[in-house]
Design a protein around this ligand. Structure first.
Ligand SMILES: [Mg+2]
Length: 278
């Protein structure tokens, strides 16, 4: 995209889908420019929704966390892969009532609040759908029960494909995609659907809620194969920030990002300039 086309695209942006870790904070520490950037979006009349694949925390957990780090946000502006999976189930399995959820207690609560009952043991009857998430409270017996129902052929959805969750701690955070790989090795099945990033359906709730076209949406994130892949698949503007995972070298080799910026502060400058001259 040449400079003129890019400025036109930026001038038409009405909403941002903002990744969290590596984009607005890193390891829970908010970047010094994040608050100014968000205030600038308000001034420019650009809305935003935080988008995260991390389904170990519910929407309510994220609202608490964001408030704690000084970024109070209503639930309507937070989209987790867990929440998107609830929307996906409502659209694709409207008659489903009972779920087996390999997920944290708070994620299971979010499914309950959405009207589902949670089936934990095989003697309680078969679930309509099996959901696998980033279960940081996993237990061997719950893993085995989930494997049983997947092997039995129940519809099977995973919240997101990430194999590991990034951390600077001296450990490996085994994520949802890796749990699915484990389950595949014992059942021979992969998930029927994975609604989280980079699946374009992750953006459906944002497009519907704000009545916008993909071209009026920019996806801002630090990962090429989730954030930028999703932007590319949907026709949203893909803005890669270099404050997280992707390096400048990797970014320049990839055809995915429409725009590469040092950080969201630089994006704020570009949006202001584009809106001024439009
Ligand atoms: Mg990220």
């Amino acid at each position: 995209m040449d400079e003129r086309d890019l400025e036109q695209r930026l001038a038409g942006i009405r909403h941002l889908g903002l990744d969290l870790d590596g984009t607005i904070y890193r390891d829970g520490v908010v970047f010094e420019f994040t608050k100014t950037f968000l205030a600038r979006l308000d001034k420019l009349g650009i809305g935003y929704t935080y988008i995260t694949n991390n389904s170990s925390q519910s929407t309510a957990d994220y609202c608490v966390k964001l408030k704690r780090i000084g970024l109070p946000t209503p639930a309507s502006q937070v989209l987790t892969s867990g929440r998107v999976t609830i929307d996906w189930l409502a659209a694709n399995y409207p008659d489903a009532r009972a779920l087996n959820v390999l997920g944290t207690r708070s994620l299971r609560d979010e499914f309950r609040e959405a009207g589902y009952s949670i089936v934990e043991k095989s003697e309680h009857g078969d679930p309509d759908v099996v959901v696998v998430a980033f279960d940081t409270e996993i237990s061997y017996s719950r893993l085995c029960t989930t494997a049983y129902w997947i092997a039995k052929g129940r519809p099977y959805v995973a919240t997101h494909p990430d194999l590991v969750c990034p951390t600077d701690l001296e450990t490996v955070l085994v994520d949802c995609g890796a749990l699915c790989a484990c389950l595949e090795s014992v059942t021979g099945r992969r998930p029927d659907e994975v609604p989280g990033k980079p699946n374009p359906c992750m953006l459906d709730p944002i497009l519907a809620r704000h009545d916008i076209e993909p071209s009026q949406l920019a996806i801002v994130g630090d990962r090429l194969y989730t954030d930028m892949e999703m932007a590319s698949r949907t026709g949203a503007l893909g803005v890669l920030v270099l404050t997280g995972e992707a390096t400048r070298e990797e970014a320049q080799k990839s055809p995915l990002p429409d725009l590469i910026v040092e950080n969201i502060d630089s994006l704020g400058d570009m949006l202001s300039k584009a809106k001024r001259s439009s």
